[in-house]
Design a protein around this ligand. Structure first.
Ligand code: GLN
Length: 482
């Protein structure tokens, strides 16, 4: 669905053609209608959204001119929003209402957005299809075909961003591919920034050395706008770097003539789905016609080891992070009387965590246990270094690394049911390399196969997001003209 882009809506509001309140009502009405079928939101913050929109209209009269003025903001459930129940898609956090918002949310609200609610996701980010939702949560459905998955774990964000007829942007989060994958399946734009570009303050951690909040939008320039608004140093997150680029959006539409892209041969061979391959290579031909040079590159070490290394690093980090959900501090709790500590904790944790979260807790605890740590966790850290080196080396030869975002289009729920946990993990094989290395990447819809969107992904060297914006904006028109 097309919608008025953020910068145009802002002009309309400033000229008095529409108001933030009007936009907010339209969005809420659409959400309430669509959510019955698609479940993109696990919490709608109707009252807060309207109060914020009305306040914005008052501020506009006094001269306020924020960059996101009038845009609805949806936020992945793992990112805290003050006063709105925030559960990271898990029952264990039931009833948790954050006392303050994540830094990125505060920054977006400060530029004139209003917060619509929390979007559906795999519990704590553990998945690639948003089917691993927590106990009692609904699975979000693909806007192109409700029998198919949105992708994960930022599935609700991608799904609604694609579905809405109104002006909206969203914050997703990626640990190992959770922005790019759902963007590809739902036909929206997903921009995963360099690790450390955006503050993680207020994010419910999955794996701290991997987590990145990032924008999702209908267009590359709107994603770039949200990136610029939310980027920059934050005293509350010491891993967040001081590299502010205010006008990422000004790089949209800039020519890429003379730049070189590296086509990853390991991800574009004969085993790739034919329909996905055809959209991918048509896009390559288009880029070549536009004066972009191409080269073949290899990520053979990443192809072999990125998935095992990722799971041996992300699950220990997750199991450490999830230790705090014990029924004492956050969310779910119960009467403690007459119980031992262990008995109480295991009762809460058995009830509060879903299947996949339990699997990852066991895997992660095992991999970092004394006796096994050297063989698994510490070795995986060394492998990560090597894999990063292989990827980084490519940027001596090319400006971008490209491949299809996902090896296939959004699968049906019955296809997903048949997958083993390992097959489920391997869905992200194209995405784990750039995520392990903390490299920024963008997924843009480049065409369709079987009526479903096919994503094209560019990865650039650290902090080269401006170039990604130019690259993404070149390709985004292709699907619209298809
Ligand atoms: N699918 C991957 C996982 O399950 C990545 C998820 C994510 O980026 N949050 O861990």
């Amino acid at each position: 669905m097309k919608a008025i882009p953020v910068h145009e809506l802002r002009e309309k509001i400033l000229s008095g053609e529409t108001t933030c309140e009007e936009q907010c009502h339209a969005l809420l009405e659409e959400i309430n209608r669509a959510n019955k079928k698609f479940h993109h939101f696990c919490m709608v913050s109707e009252k807060i959204a309207l109060a914020q929109a009305r306040e914005l209209d008052k501020k506009v009269k006094k001269g306020f001119r924020g960059k996101l003025l009038g845009a609805g903001l949806s936020v992945k459930d793992s990112i805290c929003v003050e006063g709105v129940e925030t559960r990271a898609g898990s029952k264990v956090l039931s009833g948790y209402i954050p006392p303050s918002s994540a830094t990125v949310v505060q920054r977006a609200l400060g530029e004139g957005a209003f917060v619509l609610g929390k979007t559906s996701q795999d519990e704590f980010g553990f998945g690639s299809y948003s089917v691993n939702v927590g106990v009692g949560f609904e699975v979000p459905r693909n806007p192109f075909d409700e029998g198919r998955a949105c992708g994960g774990s930022s599935g609700g964000s991608a799904g609604f961003t694609s579905l809405t007829k109104f002006t909206q942007v969203s914050f997703g989060e990626s640990t190992g591919g959770s922005i790019a994958c759902p963007a590809s399946f739902c036909g929206s734009v997903g921009l995963t920034p360099t690790y450390g570009r955006l503050s993680r303050h207020g994010l419910i951690d999955y794996g701290n050395s991997l987590d990145k909040i990032g924008p999702m939008a209908k267009t590359v320039s709107e994603a770039a706008l949200l990136l610029g608004v939310s980027a920059g140093a934050d005293q509350k997150d010491s891993t967040c770097v001081d590299k502010k680029t205010d006008s990422f959006e000004s790089f949209a539409g800039k020519s890429m003539k003379g730049k070189t892209i590296g086509i990853v041969k390991d991800f574009t061979g004969d085993d790739l789905d034919k329909g996905v391959a055809s959209v991918f290579f048509d896009t390559i031909s288009f880029l070549e016609k536009e004066g972009v040079k191409t080269k073949e590159v290899s990520l053979s070490m990443n192809k072999k080891f990125a998935i095992p290394a990722y799971y041996l690093l992300s699950t220990p980090e997750a199991s450490t992070n999830l230790a705090r959900y014990c029924g004492m501090r956050y969310g779910l709790s119960n009467d403690f009387s007459g119980k031992s500590f262990d008995g109480y904790f295991s009762e809460i944790r058995s009830k509060g965590f879903g299947m996949e979260a339990k699997r990852r807790l066991m895997l992660g605890t095992f991999a970092r246990m004394s006796g096994f740590r050297d063989a698994y966790y510490l070795r995986a850290l060394k492998v990560r270094r090597k894999l990063l080196g292989e990827f980084k080396g490519l940027f001596n030869k090319v400006d971008f690394v490209v491949h299809p975002t996902m090896p296939f289009v959004a699968p049906t729920f019955s296809e997903i049911e048949k997958l083993t946990p390992l097959e489920h993990y391997f869905a992200d094989i194209f995405l784990t390399p750039s995520n392990l290395g903390g490299f920024p990447h963008i997924s843009v819809n480049a065409g369709f196969h079987k009526g479903m969107p096919v994503g094209f992904m560019f990865t650039a060297d650290h902090f080269e997001e401006p170039m990604l914006v130019s690259a993404g904006s070149m390709v985004e028109g292709l699907a619209k003209n298809a």
